[in-house]
Design a protein around this ligand. Structure first.
Ligand code: C5P
Length: 227
């Protein structure tokens, strides 16, 4: 079997990471959550008071970039790789609404993107990888053998995200989750550097009306055909 690169892009909370993880496990491929890397930089900026509700020390953050080391370590119990910032496990810290509320502002910065894209390309050198994000099929791996663009209605996505956050014990309501999703969609689609877009050769996949299992089975068949 030849090893390929599978690029999965799409809007926030379309369930990309869940299915990407399942596909990688089924294919024995590596899974990389590129959004976790943007979230890690955001967490760093928040921890170091470089961004907040009414301030953003963008130039300072750019200067700090060389101090930010992001890595992934496979957790056998969880069955996927967790993200580390300078050696510290921050997998839970990056999944809060606080980080979600600032991440798209961080992801607009070209210097941030350049650094993370280089690392992502390095991770894909041996192929046999499933990576999800916003610009994987367009910028990170324009030559990927299989590109999938995931979409679902904003309401469906907000409902799913709300459930996920509530299951983790976070106190959030539907309106604020929906607002965050719509704001991120807007910024991600309209930014100058690497905006979220469907690659010309990507398969469009709308999962609004699919169960997780149906979605997995359909996508696995598409992957197997491409391999
Ligand atoms: O995938 P996730 O929702 O965790 O990504 C968080 C944010 O990181 C996105 O809203 C987007 O602003 C940014 N991102 C990006 N490019 C990627 C992955 C994520 O700009 N490849």
């Amino acid at each position: 079997n030849k090893k390929i690169i599978i690029a999965i892009d799409g809007f926030s909370s379309t369930g990309k990471s869940t299915v990407a993880k399942q596909l990688a496990a089924a294919l024995r491929y590596i899974y990389v959550d590129s959004g976790a890397m943007y979230r890690a930089v955001t967490f760093y900026a928040l921890e170091n008071d470089l961004i907040g509700v009414d301030f953003f020390y963008k130039d300072q953050l750019i200067k700090h970039l060389e101090r930010i080391r992001i890595s992934f370590k496979f957790n056998a119990e969880l069955g996927f790789a967790e993200v580390y910032l300078n050696g510290q496990n921050i997998e839970n810290e990056i999944r809060t609404l606080r980080v979600s509320n600032f991440v798209s502002k961080i992801a607009e910065i070209s210097e941030v993107r350049k650094k993370l894209v280089e690392q992502q390309q390095e991770m894909g050198k041996e192929k046999g990888i499933v990576m999800d994000g916003r610009d994987i099929g367009t910028v990170v791996f324009p030559e990927a053998e299989l590109k999938i663009f995931m979409t679902a209605s904003a309401e469906t996505r907000a409902k799913r995200r709300l459930e996920e956050l509530q299951n983790k014990g976070q106190e959030v309501n539907y309106q604020e989750v929906l607002k965050n999703i719509e704001e991120r969609d807007f910024i991600d689609t309209n930014r100058d550097d690497s905006p979220l877009a469907q690659a010309e050769d990507a398969v469009l996949f709308d999962n609004s009306n699919l169960s997780r299992e149906e979605q997995f089975n359909l996508l696995l068949a598409i992957c197997k055909k491409a391999i």
